[in-house]
Design a protein around this ligand. Structure first.
Ligand code: GYE
Length: 332
């Protein structure tokens, strides 16, 4: 579903007609934006699965409007095939630049080859891709998921080593992982395991995907609590799943943050609030406010400039030992 995020205008209506002709297989070839002035950016977003994603979308749309970039925005509703269709429609429409969040890391080679053959530069955002020919995209801007996983593990080392001899052994960890095959989930899992590999007392006893969804985090945790009674840590790949898991733990009479150590990723407001209530012990920030940098890179590509191959957005860690009152509003 292509949502035109352009100002109401004659151009908007004309572009809509052209897009419908193109989408219907017509051969309308609109004037390149270079002749009409503004840059046209085709953006394929994966959906609206979390507060983080909604903020990421808002950041892209607001930055495009502020920069005078005309945005063709597509919401793939969590389906890779919808992203591929959207990218193909951007190619047919002859946008100046294509940017997208790859919902999963693989399966992009053919459509990116088509974009390259059409002379349209591609910017990968938020999540990463695995691809044979690295020349098929111009660069990446987004989160460093491997480092987020490392940060989560480092917090646990500090948390449990502070307990000295009284620390349990083994320390039994349950992992709620994100969307299977996504770089966000794979990276967090990789970084987490990389650090803990040196400490055999930390043992991941169960891991399952909750697809970054609050509802699945709740269902997963309810089921896990039926099978496991001695869990020491929950490492959850995003706050949405964590919030669902907290609901399930409380239903069971548990005190999350006390009975079970909770480490979560994103740093949406609800997770920071849970940190302040002592229901979560560590929140790894994953920064969704990538719009201004993304749009600036898209404009450079539209001017046929070279951009950096890899840009990781700035991120931090919030934990129970911090001055929690100093944490400002998160905006998502
Ligand atoms: O952690 C999660 C969203 O791709 C880094 O996707 C993003 C992840 C984020 O659904 O909340």
């Amino acid at each position: 579903m292509i949502i035109m995020a352009m100002r109401e205008s004659v151009f908007f209506r004309a572009a809509l007609i052209i897009l419908m002709i193109v989408a219907a297989g017509g051969c309308a070839k609109p004037k390149k934006s270079a002749e009409t002035g503004g840059i046209i950016l085709g953006f394929s977003q994966i959906g609206a699965e979390s507060a983080w994603r909604i903020c990421h979308t808002r950041s892209i749309q607001e930055a495009a409007a502020a920069a005078g970039v005309q945005l063709l925005f597509s919401n793939a509703e969590q389906k890779q095939e919808n992203q591929i269709k959207a990218i193909r429609s951007f190619i047919a429409y002859q946008v100046d630049v294509i940017a997208f969040v790859p919902i999963v890391s693989s399966g992009w080679d053919n459509v990116l080859r088509e974009a390259k053959d059409a002379g349209i530069p591609v910017l990968i955002t938020d999540r990463k891709i695995d691809i044979q020919d690295e020349s098929l995209y111009a660069g990446y801007i987004g989160t460093n998921s491997v480092q987020e996983g490392r940060d989560a593990a480092e917090f646990l080392l500090t948390k449990f080593q502070d307990q000295g001899a009284s620390a349990k052994n083994p320390i039994r960890i349950v992992e709620l992982s994100g969307t299977t095959g996504s770089s966000a989930a794979d990276g967090r899992a990789q970084g987490f395991r990389e650090i803990l590999a040196e400490y055999p007392e930390f043992r991941i006893i169960y891991s399952e995907s909750g697809d970054f969804l609050r509802s699945k985090g709740y269902e997963l945790m309810r089921s896990i609590l039926k099978d496991y009674s001695d869990i020491d840590v929950i490492f959850s790949h995003n706050d949405g799943m964590t919030l669902g898991a907290l609901d399930a733990m409380k239903e069971k009479g548990l005190n999350p943050g006390t009975d079970i150590v909770i480490v979560t990723v994103d740093a949406e407001q609800a997770a920071i609030d849970a940190l302040k209530r002592g229901e979560v012990n560590c929140v790894i920030e994953c920064n969704p406010k990538q719009g201004p940098q993304t749009i600036a890179l898209a404009k450079q590509l539209a001017r046929l400039e070279t951009i950096p191959r890899l840009i990781h957005v700035n991120e931090t860690v919030f934990s129970e030992g911090d001055d929690l009152l100093s944490i400002g509003p998160r905006g998502y």
